[in-house]
Write a protein that binds this ligand. Structure first.
Ligand code: GLN
Length: 467
């Protein structure tokens, strides 16, 4: 029964989450009452779908009606969501049960979960290491077996990188594939909601439910949902599939522990009939710089609404401006402030042309690189991150932290889809190493069937280190 399933997961959380801190909150009463409703529907012979009663963890920047939506920030700590995000309401319509609020880097800014205002999440595979970020709570919860699947958000790698650090899979859909309605915006032209799970087939079935047009988000493409679960079922191999290996992602500066896993994956797929082609993404070296201009510019505009008047925990000052200063000064953490300052700077008159406009032009070149490369291959295969999960406090310099997204960020700038799946283990640390498949706009069916084929035939997630 759903009650047994939910109680099973809750028991595991009780036993282990004090050490991991994947959850900021979980409303047990809401969960158990939803489970009881699900069991009643099933007993009456009318389940909403085959998945009626299955829990799904939700990152704390995705709205669930009546629950907190703090984005792991003090400024939003008291805020409760008045409505469900579209992705959440679609999952609910299939009977899924929103299961707790998962920790993250504050406002999804970070790569380690260390930026949560409420304390970081630990990597369940080695608690001295970070789970990645910003969807670190989502990845840790799945890896620790606290939930079967979770939703995260990916602006520059925040689903794929933590999935890789925790030895699970994480999907960033094509921009516009999944409605952003009810996702607290970080950088609106880059953000996408996606699933984190163990089995790629689970990512497919979640995507099939949450994707598709939505009148509440005008950037959501007016097209039908994906049919990725079907595509996986029908996929009979990778014979003839052209797999592109972008040479800029496999240069001599990539550590062997990571590059070797990608090369082995490519070789194994070649042995099963795929054709390997070298492709080039020549503007790769600009991606991180462009991202930190575009993303901070958009963030500075999006976060302006958190002023203690419209939203947020007000700290009353002597007048309106003083109230803004006090509220935002006390409410935002240092990384968020750094990004707001950077974003305001690159948008200010005099600098707009030099930074923001220039970055937008280079963004177009990056997108063209991908379009060109996808003319020569069907999917690309790359590393996810330059290293395995690092230790807490290891990356103190923000710029060093920013570089940990070097292989994931360009895909958000270009808008295409990508998935990270476990590909091997680093012998030195025993930590999992992920690989990334990337595919053209709206080619999620191909992306997921390739990743799932890899998982079933080459490297199963069960071979990855476990909790
Ligand atoms: N780590 C990147 C950042 O700090 C990406 C975050 C994300 O995808 N939300 O901005």
């Amino acid at each position: 029964t759903s009650k047994e399933i939910c109680e099973g997961y809750l028991g595991r959380i009780d036993a282990h989450d004090a050490d991991i801190h994947a959850f900021l909150k979980i409303d047990r009463e809401a969960v158990l009452s939803a489970a009881a409703e699900s069991d009643a529907r099933r007993a009456a012979g009318h389940p909403l779908s085959p998945y009626d009663g299955i829990p799904v963890g939700i990152k704390d920047n995705i709205c669930v009606k009546g629950e907190t939506v703090s984005c792991a920030s003090k400024i939003l700590a008291p805020v409760k969501s008045p409505y469900d995000a579209t992705a959440v309401s679609r999952l609910r319509s299939a009977g899924f049960i929103p299961f707790g609020r998962l920790n993250m880097d504050e406002f999804a800014m970070g790569s380690s979960c260390e930026n949560s205002a409420f304390g970081g999440t630990k990597n369940p595979l080695d608690v001295t290491r970070v789970p990645g970020g910003s969807s670190g709570g989502s990845a840790a919860a799945v890896a620790a077996g606290f939930v079967p699947v979770a939703l995260g958000s990916d602006t520059g790698g925040s689903i794929r990188q933590p999935a890789s650090f925790c030895g699970i899979s994480g999907l960033k859909p094509t921009y516009g594939r999944v409605s952003r309605n009810g996702l607290v915006a970080f950088a609106s032209s880059l953000d996408q909601i996606g699933p984190l799970c163990r089995d790629v087939a689970d990512a497919a079935l979640i995507l099939d439910i949450i994707s598709g047009k939505d009148a509440m988000d005008c950037t959501c493409l007016p097209i039908t949902p994906t049919s990725a679960a079907d595509a996986i079922a029908k996929c009979d191999g990778v014979g003839g599939l052209r797999i592109g290996l972008p040479k800029e992602y496999l240069g001599s500066d990539v550590p062997e522990a990571v590059a070797g896993v990608v090369r082995n994956a490519a070789k194994s797929l070649e042995e099963r009939g795929a054709k390997l082609v070298e492709v080039s993404l020549p503007h790769t070296s600009y991606a991180v710089a462009v991202y930190y201009i575009v993303a901070t510019a958009e963030a500075s505009a999006n976060l302006a609404r958190f002023d203690g008047i419209r939203y947020g925990d007000r700290k009353t000052g002597s007048d309106l401006v003083d109230t803004y200063f006090k509220t935002r000064g006390a409410g935002f953490g240092p990384e968020v402030k750094r990004r707001i300052l950077l974003g305001t700077y690159v948008l200010s008159s005099g600098y707009y042309d030099a930074y923001y406009l220039k970055a937008q032009k280079v963004r177009t070149l990056i997108r063209r690189d991908f379009e060109q490369a996808f003319g020569e291959c069907d999917v690309m295969l790359t590393p996810v991150t330059p290293s395995v999960a690092f230790k807490f406090g290891e990356k103190k310099d923000p710029l060093e932290m920013y570089l940990s997204d070097i292989f994931t960020i360009a895909l958000n700038l270009s808008g295409h889809c990508g998935i990270s799946v476990p590909g091997g283990t680093d012998p030195a640390t025993g930590m999992p190493v992920g690989i990334q498949f990337m595919a053209p706009d709206l080619a999620e069916d191909r992306l997921l069937s390739t990743a799932s084929f890899f998982q079933r035939n080459v490297f199963n997630y069960e071979a990855s280190p476990g909790f």
